[in-house]
Design a protein around this ligand. Sequence first.
Ligand code: AMP
Ligand code: MG
Length: 404
Amino acid sequence: MIELEEAREFIFNQCLKLSTDEVEISKSRGLVLAGTVISNYDVPPFPNTAMDGYAVRAVDTEHAPVELKVIGTLPAGRIPDLEVGADEAVRIMTGAVIPEGADAVVMVEKTKEVENGSSVIVEETVKNGNFIRQPGEDFVKGSELFNSGTLIGAAHIGVFATIGLEKVTVFKRPVVGVMSTGDELVEGSSQLKPGQIRDSNRHSIKALLEEIGAEIIDLGLVPDDERAIESALLSAVEKCDAVVTSGGVSMGDFDYVKVVLDRLGEMKWMQVAIKPAKPLAFGLLNGVPIFGLPGNPVSAMVSFELFMRPALLKMMGYEQIWRPRIKAKATTPLKRRKDGKVHFARVTLTRKGDSYEVSFLEGQGSHQLAAMANAQGLAVLPDGEGVEKGDFVDVMQLTEPEID
Ligand code: AMP
Ligand code: MG
């Protein structure tokens, strides 16, 4: 057996950053910038009001309350065609251009309309610049807004749109082929024949890939047949940046994924000192990373979490490739036996104020997918006897915890 860290290092060293691509900004969420974004504009582009109210000359409010003559109304989007003179005001709406002559805005709540709006009583004294948003207050033309390596989120996309960027240069979205192998596997709702089970791995792994924004190619079910596996893999690497298989990497007589990859690729066949997900095949086939995950449904998902997810995020240019790790207090004992492996137990995770609690789920077998579905995290149990109730344990967080 090899240690988890050694297996990871071997894999990550061969998973290199993908090439760059230009994508529409609406398709860029969750991708990583591959260049600096510079603004060609001042934002905001013109002085405008931050409030609904009245544009005035600050000096005219010095002896508030004062009555000013209202000479017009300015909605957002209209070019101002009037000038504010002494003892005059313009009704103005949030976002509208500040008219000539005005140097402050009084919010509507601090005014009172008189004579049907032909004049207004301003109840407070305001300073020059009051509630005026100056051009470039967000950022000025020529600003380096975001550097290469920035993970694009919703607000970044908003900024791109604000400065008229329609496309951005990013590290490519990886194209990932997903196949399940096994003669026992079938698809869909039809009655199972004796010995058959329904394929779950391809579906759970596709969902995990979707979560990180990979482009998925469903390679379907492949039987335990050396030729079929060989041709499926060879055609997959033609069109994929990475390929993931499940099943067929164990010690069984019909574990042909292992056999084929050994023959065609630069593969390493590993027994990793972890439970679940001990068997793993990884290597390059025509330069494309192949992840040969174990067949048991929990093992396949845990293997994806421990190896493939961080490897793909690295390929996508992410700097932060790890799931959050937190310390949580065990509300049940998390017992295990000493076997030379690190165990990843399916646990519920509850937030209580500033701290977290975990409890061990029933059904910890690598074939028992229901506990995986009910888990918010994987408790990391180093080799030994496990932890007692009340002890603190490291948890790899998979989803949001429950809140108590
Ligand atoms: P294997 O690694 O091919 O020996 O498979 C280990 C166990 O996982 C066996 O019980 C398989 O039937 C099961 N298994 C393999 N692939 C899948 C799959 N795609 N979906 C559900 N169970 C699977
Ligand atoms: Mg099999």
